[in-house]
Each structure stands twice: as C-alpha cells, then as structure tokens.
Design a protein around this ligand. Structure first.
Ligand SMILES: [Zn+2]
Length: 124
C-alpha cells in the first residue's frame, strides 16, 4: 500500500492548524508542528505514550514526503520551496532532511492578503 492523495487529504483534515501571528499582515498562513519522540523525550515533552508519539510523527513525515514527491517548485521571497496545491491551499515544509523537519505550513493559493507573490517555477 503506498501513500496517496486521499491519505494526504485525511492527514491535513485531522490537523489542528495554528495561525502564524507574526506573518498575519505580510504572508498569512497556518502551520502544524511535529517532533520525533526522541526529541520530545530530550525536552521532557514526551507523553510517555510513545506509540502515539511515533504514530503522529510517522503521519507527519508521510505527509511531508508526499509534498516533496508530488509538489511543484515555488519561489517565495528569495527561497525556493516545494509546494503542493490541494483544493484552495498550498502546503510546504521547512527543513531538510526529514529528520529535522518540524513545521508544515499551509496558505490560501494566491491569497490577496499576501504581500509577497509566489512564483510557480514548474508551470507553463
Ligand atoms: Zn514518546
């Protein structure tokens, strides 16, 4: 069984997205955070129920890898990200490799409130 778009849709629906307040008036977006259990333990934030920790981390990593495999390159400010568009949102992560990726973001595609244009590098 391989991970598919329906799995990705299920994951993004299950997430509790937080509003990125510092970017509210510049580049409005929402995000979720995920940390590997080992990191949570080192910071005394592991629930002790590592089955849950590990399953949550796996679901996050699967979603991030899906974006990296199926997304398009997009330039935003000076940086190039791989973004995946699903319905009205574009999804992207910071950090590479996957082991040090903690943040998954989403923003409305072509949001008129966004002060920075996204340049889609793979579109004709
Ligand atoms: Zn744990």
């Amino acid at each position: 069984m391989s991970y598919c778009l329906e799995d990705f849709r299920g994951y993004i629906k299950s997430c509790v997205w937080k509003n990125a307040k510092t970017y509210e008036h510049f580049a409005p977006h929402e995000y979720v955070l995920s940390f590997p259990c080992e990191k949570l333990k080192a910071e005394n934030k592991c629930s002790g129920d590592c089955v849950t920790c590990k399953a949550q981390r796996q679901a996050f990593e699967n979603a991030v890898m899906f974006i990296r495999e199926h997304g398009e390159r997009a330039q935003f400010t000076k940086r190039i990200y791989t973004m995946l568009c699903v319905e009205d949102y574009q999804y992207w992560s910071y950090g590479d490799p996957i082991e040090t990726t903690w943040v998954l973001n989403k923003a409305i595609i072509n949001d008129p409130r966004c002060k920075v244009k996204t340049y889609w590098l793979d579109s004709d």
